[in-house]
Design a protein around this ligand. Structure first.
Ligand code: AMP
Length: 198
């Protein structure tokens, strides 16, 4: 039997690709925590914490929170015991500097990401889904102008991180179009091919 590989995962995709939903499903299936920086920030905003107050205007505008602040949130979370046996990152790293920060945090622990799931969804479909989410959830950062800003930032800052991980041979591109279960199965299939499984 092949030795199984610890699931230290990252899910990447444009806003509206379904990465949050799929990330949560994959994490649950593998029994690892899903760590979404967007969720952490939103919870802090809702709770009126110091961090929430610091990031609210930035998030409402669809801009990126500083690497320092975001890095501190992630390091804190990854240091918790439930992340010792694997984790799924959703929304971090989001630019090249954050890739470097994450490497610097994981390397001394003898760790690195074991797979990066790239969720492929055409731009038009992402935009349509974001508009639908705006109607369903009323998120402050799902307005027309902010959606355009977030997608532009994704293309400029986030998409290039995939080149770095591709060079490491750990990226699995998965078609994000289809029923929720179908997409989840595709992702689990790609991970199983890397001996990452339940
Ligand atoms: P998300 O739910 O992943 O779309 O994140 C919502 C918002 O949180 C983003 O538009 C950013 O303003 C902020 N955010 C989330 N993750 C990061 C990150 N890694 N770096 C900077 N800002 C982030």
């Amino acid at each position: 039997m092949t030795e199984s590989v610890l699931a230290r995962l990252l899910i990447v995709g444009p806003q509206g690709s379904g990465k949050g939903t799929q990330g949560a499903r994959i994490a649950e299936a593998l029994g690892i925590p899903a760590i979404s920086t967007g969720d952490v920030f939103r919870a802090n905003i809702a709770g009126g914490t110091e961090l929430g107050l610091q990031v609210k205007a930035i998030i409402d505008a669809g801009d990126l929170v500083s690497d320092e602040l975001t890095g501190a949130v992630v390091r804190d979370r990854l240091a918790q015991p439930d992340a010792a046996n694997g984790f799924l990152l959703d929304g971090y790293p989001r630019n090249i500097a954050q890739v470097r920060d994450l490497d610097e945090f994981l390397a001394p622990r003898g760790e690195g990401l074991s797979a990066v799931i790239e969720l492929d969804v055409p731009r038009d479909e992402s935009i349509a889904r974001l508009h639908q989410r705006a109607v369903d959830q009323g998120r402050a950062d799902d307005t027309e102008e902010v959606i355009a800003n977030r997608l532009a930032i994704y293309e400029r800052e986030t998409a290039p991180i995939l080149d770095v991980y591709r060079a490491r041979g750990i990226v699995d591109a998965v078609d994000g179009i289809g029923a929720l279960d179908e997409v989840t199965e595709r992702i689990l299939g790609a991970l199983a091919a890397r001996s990452i499984s339940v």
